[in-house]
Design a protein around this ligand. Sequence first.
Ligand code: DGJ
Length: 728
Amino acid sequence: MAINYYEDTCVFKLDSKDSSYLIKIADQKYVGHVYYGKKIRGQDAADLLRIKEPPFTPSTNERDKLPFLDTFPFEYPTGGVGDFRETAIEIRDQEGYEALELFYESYKIYEGKPKLRGLPAVFAEKDQCMTLELKLADSNLGLSVTFFYAVFEETDVIIRSVLIQNTAQKDIYLTKVLSACIDMDNKEFELITLHGSWARERHIQESKVCHGFQGIGSTRGESSHQYHPFIALKEGGATQETGEVYGMHFVYSGNFIANVSLDQFESVRAVMGIHPEHFCWKLGPGETFQAPEVVLVHSIEGLGGMTRTYHDLYRNHLIRGQYKEKQRPILINNWEATYFDFNSDKLISIAKEASKLGIEMLVMDDGWFGNRYDDNRALGDWRVNEEKINKGLKNLVEEVNKLGMKFGIWFEPEMISPDSDLFRDHPDWAIGIPGRTRGLCRNQYVLDLTRKEVLEHTYESVAGILRSANIEYVKWDMNRQLADLGSLGLPKDRQGELSHRYVLAVYELQERLLNEFPDLLLENCSGGGARFDPGMLYYSPQIWCSDDTDAIERLLIQEGTALIYPLSSIGAHVSDSPNHNVGRVTPFETRGYVALAGTFGYELDVTKIPEEDRKMIPEQIALYKKFNELIRTGDYYRIASYRTNHFYDCFQVVSKDKEEALVTYIQVLNRPNCHSRRIYLKGLNPNRNYRIEGEDKIYGGDTLMYAGLNLNKISGDFKGYLIHLTAI
Ligand code: DGJ
């Protein structure tokens, strides 16, 4: 069994494939963290909880209760009573007091994992995981808090979340509710985070954990371009494939915080949850608050092991719908091809050429509705612009379908332009504070989706268009952050709920859409990849990764993204050269290799590109068809990183049965006077032999991994190739 309770020692032991997690109830009250790490057989580690040394527990040493609270490794630290480190929960009661102390009450252990109401969540069959519920309460306040731990036995995943209930007769204000905390002795940890900006999302950063607080977060109303709701702690000396790594990833798409601190006694505390800034939730008598999930992954195979665990978990237990297991249609999107300057004829001319080359879906991006001739207007006016789409949407879709192609469409449903009929009719529908001028971003405001009438209208606007024609794909975009937080739909003591309620409303909209259109392929997007997070992945099996489509920039962006997300979820397209973002000229072939490590598609005017590039499209499509199954379902290994070596990038995907592997090698910059480059493959079967496609020679899996492979030299920059291996 994955979860056991030992009554004699008051220890809960959670075992996954190669890891153990031990919790102990000290003094029959305090829920303490004993151990998280490599699997151990017994529960003798419980003695490691330092309760038999000063300051002792309050039952033996009441006079030093505060030093106890300030050093005890809590599963879920509370504020206001003496733990002066980072807390996981803070409250304010009716009288304005802020103290909260949680004492253990009871537990439940059961098979499977409950759903979270209104929130995206990892799902599993009953026989795939077990859940431990620990119920704690503060009887002074009348607040109960239940910790959830879902343990996957076959993989090293523990999912944590928290449910809070007001059992008193008075309101309680939750001013901070995080979802998980881990307290551990420092193991020379290094902290890994993902940082970025628009067009530079999810670049990997590593830094030593040092005394004080280190952290990331977003208060932008979305998970953001700037930081990603993920951290990993890598023990000193751990490498890409060896040593212990702990990952924490937040299944949420709004404001978040992820903090790591090293304290006076060399203990590390890592916390993750909804950002407490702009958060204050009024919990009325009997009401509950459900915090989103954090996915904990423990790896004994370095960063690579953590990556592969996240990939498998998300592919199997987070992504839903018919496309979960399916090859995605190869799309061509007109954004970089035309921007706002298009009409039906232009789109049909692109579709005609694209269909001849084997492209399977046309996606009509921004600019098809209302008065949308540029990005200054018309968001909210979701009626087809008949000047551009002159015979109507249904006709356009039919024309595209006649070419044997599917049709997809772009929406930005959460927004409203000041210059729109919707705003003229409903100026109060935008988020804002009465009497204060709202700030603009891309000349748009955010709709207050927390209001029922706004949500209904928004849903009907999108669904109405989808009902009107055979639309099989939606790109759901979101191009600004939330500010001037005010909702006319909320009373003054609930304004602090707006940011979270907004995210819940987005989830509700997408869930409804998928219920009404279950076969729809949804691709989330937010000015590129500002809302690329596990929350969104629950609704859309793929997410647009970045507005930077340059192949070389994408190496960095996709390396960071693939650190946690399966390649099948990473929206990646071949676009024009010189690239619209950086002006870099790269070979069409290279752009194809990089996009193959994602969903694959095109974002260019196929009627205008050079003939030699156009001719390459059917070849690239053949490569996609040949390798997509492997790329979508295989194990991902990082061989070398351009981020750290500054010259080349190399990664590999190996099929689960190790019968096949694909290596992608991109030489970013050439160097003079060098030997051929040697790489060491990973994940192969050492006892099998492999043939490299295009060569007669056969190599042992062991040779390729331990002795290595010399790569053929290439002259020039930004060039690359694929190496396909099959076991014989
Ligand atoms: C931002 C997206 O990331 C782009 O791909 C494109 O859809 C534009 N928005 C359209 O406004």
